[in-house]
Design a protein around this ligand. Structure first.
Ligand SMILES: [Zn+2]
Length: 283
């Protein structure tokens, strides 16, 4: 996950221009509904897209499908930001789940349930394929359970999750936990963790990373360790450096690599085992 700046797009202008475009076949139905749509846009911005505050709008006739078509195929000289987004998409980190994946555009409030926001720039966020995996899920059964919004939820500037290792050194049980049990957004974090991050198979990914660390810690940490035999504090410092480098490289503390390293740093037994293993392999 990553807090990113909302796009600098004047959505009110974009939509008004569309409704005035006489060459556009959607023009009639858009013009008739423009006031409703613009009011709904303002509601989205006022409530930061929160699905507990912003309702789905009942749209006239086929306006919903028209708006979704405009998103799929923007007119040549309008909604240029959608094409720009698509062209620029190759994030090295997914703002939604924190994974490392190929970029797609995600509708924060899904366009099938909230078609009025199909072409609203603040509702379009870059994401990896966690986007298709969460499908239309955006809120839970109880308020305030909802998915985190990368444009508005500033609390993700701080690390909110980490891995947790337990069990044996060889084959640990790995889970994901919320760092601050008393976080004021704990219900949001918990919902997002389950519906977006875990849903994107982070545990399989962490298991693979652990497999590599278990087999070749001396290679994975080589450039961060002193030469010769090492002690636990050397390994701890190396992993701490890896963590800080990952935070910096991905420009967010909520990337999967950082979750992995933060979890390792919590586990003294595992740090001891990694230290012994490095010394064995270096003999
Ligand atoms: Zn993702």
């Amino acid at each position: 996950m990553k807090k990113i700046d909302p796009p600098l797009v004047d959505d009110i202008n974009e939509l008004s221009d569309l409704s005035l475009n006489a060459r556009l076949k959607e023009n009639d139905i858009l013009s008739r509904n423009i006031n409703n749509l613009l009011a709904h846009y303002l509601q989205y911005e006022a409530y930061a897209g929160n699905p507990w505050e912003v309702n789905s709008l009942n749209l006239e006739g086929n306006l919903a499908s028209k708006l979704k078509l405009l998103y799929e195929n923007p007119p040549k000289y309008q909604l240029g930001f959608i094409k720009e987004y698509r062209d620029k998409l190759s994030p090295d980190i997914c703002p939604m789940c924190g994974g490392l994946g190929k970029g797609t555009l995600d509708h924060y409030l899904p366009k099938d349930d909230y078609p009025s926001f199909a072409v609203l720039s603040k509702n379009l966020v870059p994401a990896c394929d966690c986007n298709s995996k969460r499908n239309t899920t955006v809120k839970g059964d109880r308020e305030p359970e909802r998915v985190i919004h990368p444009y508005y939820d500033t609390f993700i500037k701080h690390r909110v999750f980490k891995a947790k290792f337990s069990g044996t050194f060889e084959s640990p049980q790995i889970s994901m936990i919320i760092i601050d049990d008393y976080h004021e957004q704990k219900k949001v974090l918990n919902f997002h963790l389950n519906e977006v991050v875990l849903n994107n198979k982070i545990l399989d990914w962490l298991e693979k990373r652990w497999g590599a660390m278990f087999n070749k810690p001396h290679k994975l940490l080589r450039s961060y360790l002193p030469r010769g035999m090492v002690v636990r504090s050397d390994v701890e410092t190396a992993i701490q450096d890896k963590l800080e480098d990952s935070d910096e490289e991905y420009d967010t503390p909520n990337n999967w690599w950082s979750f992995f390293y933060a979890g390792l740093l919590d586990c003294n037994v595992r740090l001891d085992c990694i230290t012994s293993k490095i010394n064995q392999l270096r003999l």
